[in-house]
Write a protein that binds this ligand. Structure first.
Ligand code: UD1
Ligand code: CA
Length: 455
């Protein structure tokens, strides 16, 4: 099979976005549209992904780390045909070339695979869609035998051509050899004074190629984004597809319209996800996990049976089996909770490892710390990990009981089975099984008379 080269057009300005950000960098599901298209091209097995940039080229390059992208600058946007022509020197003659668009982010790999799989030099593959309102699009012109003969742009179309509802998505595939022959001969003598890529359809017909037409399963797959309303429509479609996938894979969603997946979410069976939960980055969830309303979960691994209660915010954390988190917990990066742990309301953790069965149930900050098994951290415990310049660690052994309202001034180590009296400020290490109390002694004064109001 001849190598596949993908050309992504992304040079246009996108003025209707009303934005300082180049259009193709606007996000769907938390990722720039262009990155969705690059991802699709990769999945298709493209040998090279050529991306034509112009407006905002530097910004586009800066946020696209893909070294596999061949950037081609089109400094003046003279039309889609002119844009593809900029790539010709970089295309091997034997390549199959698929043209995609940086602002058409959600085309399914399967749809495109079908177009390029059988492609050879005798055919041009075209992706079309039939719309109730074809306004603005290039129309697919067919002859009496129903074969495609050309594409005519809306602005160049006759009255009767404008009535055609089958339109050009812009996506097509053809061999590089033909593009090299045809693109240099394009003319811009048309209503928009542009070099139209669509003019190659009539050329292909003239050269005796067959035009094979495919259609996407859903029109959203080929919808381009010109303004933020269309961006929002695609976002909703994407999210609905994700919701459907999750339900198919074993999640019960309280409302499939109120979940947002902005990354890769993998799940086990029997997951419960309540409303308004946002997933970001790479998240994996084991079986039997429940997630309460309003949680934000980013780059996390959650083991079987864990319960994440309402309004918890989790980032860069691993959560062991049957752990109970929240409501209103905040787990920051480097939090590793073993099985059967509990982190309750208004508790913040960071770079903290918590052993099996340990609990931090209320109103605490535990950072740069390691806790053994079966530790109980009382309400209002703070690890004082920062002296204004450096960070220090707190070590807590198995079975330690930390009384409420304790400050642990790091670096400090509390050995196994020690007890810390409530209200202590602990600045020195505590040995095994010791009780440490570090607070002002209570004095009770009898016969105390309250001050009286003076005249
Ligand atoms: C194009 C098609 C039309 C199709 C429609 C689908 C042509 C002549 N027309 O029309 O048949 O129905 O898409 O949306 O191809 N671009 C560049 N450089 C350029 C010009 C465009 O990179 O010089 C990029 C734009 O950024 C945009 C895409 O190509 O992403 C489409 O260009 P646009 O001018 O919007 O084409 P349409 O008029 O919509
Ligand atoms: Ca357009």
């Amino acid at each position: 099979m001849n190598p596949l080269h993908v050309v992504i057009l992304a040079a246009g300005q996108g003025s209707r976005m009303k934005s300082a950000l180049p259009k193709v960098l606007h996000g769907v599901a938390g990722r720039p549209m262009l990155h969705h298209v690059i991802g699709t091209a990769k999945q298709l097995g493209a040998e090279t992904i050529h991306t034509v940039i112009g407006h905002g080229a530097d910004q586009v390059k800066a946020v696209t780390p893909e070294t596999s992208v061949n950037w081609v600058v089109q400094s003046e946007q003279l039309g889609t045909g002119h844009a593809v022509a900029q790539v010709l020197p970089d295309l091997p003659d034997d390549a199959r070339v698929l043209v995609l668009y940086g602002d058409v982010p959600l085309t399914r790999v399967e749809t495109l695979e079908a177009m390029v799989a059988e492609l050879d030099e005798r055919a041009l593959a075209l992706l079309t869609v039939t719309l109730d309102d074809p306004g603005g699009y290039g129309r697919i012109v067919r002859n009496d035998a129903d074969q495609v003969t050309s594409i005519v742009e809306q602005k160049d179309a006759t009255e009767s051509q404008r009535a055609i509802r089958e339109v050009n998505t812009g996506i097509l595939a053809v061999s590089a050899k033909h593009l090299k022959n045809w693109l240099p001969t394009l003319s811009n003598a048309n209503a928009q004074g542009e070099y139209y890529l669509t003019d190659i359809i009539a050329m292909a017909v003239d050269h005796g190629l067959s035009i094979s037409v495919a259609q996407p399963g859903n029109a959203y797959e080929v919808q381009g984004v010109n303004n933020r309303l269309q961006l929002a429509e695609l976002e909703r479609w994407y999210q609905r597809r994700e919701a459907d996938r999750l339900m198919t894979e074993g999640a019960t969603l309280a409302d499939p319209a109120r979940i947002d997946v902005r990354g890769d979410l993998t799940i086990g069976n029997d997951i419960l996800i309540d409303v308004n939960v946002v997933f970001e980055g790479k998240v994996s969830i084991g079986s039997g996990v429940s997630i309460g309303p309003g949680c934000v979960i980013k780059d996390a691994r959650i083991a079987d049976g864990a319960q994440i209660k309402a309004h918890s915010v989790i980032e860069g954390a691993t959560i062991g089996a049957n752990a109970q988190i929240g409501p209103f917990a905040r787990l920051r990066p480097g939090t590793e909770l073993a099985a059967d742990t509990k982190v309750g309301n208004f508790v913040e953790t960071k770079k903290t490892v918590v052993g099996e069965g340990s609990k931090i149930n209320h109103l605490s900050y535990v950072g740069d710390a390691s806790l053994g098994r079966n530790v109980n951290v009382g309400a209002g415990t703070i690890t004082c990990n920062y002296d204004g310049v450096n960070k220090f660690r707190t070590e807590i052994g198995d079975g330690v009981f930390v009384g409420s309202n304790t400050s642990l001034v790091a670096p400090v180590s509390i050995s196994a089975d020690a007890t810390i009296g409530a209200g202590s400020t602990i600045t020195r290490d505590v040995a095994d099984s010791e009780l440490a109390v570090a607070r002002g002694r209570q004095r009770n004064i009898s016969g105390w008379e309250r001050p009286k109001k003076s005249d």
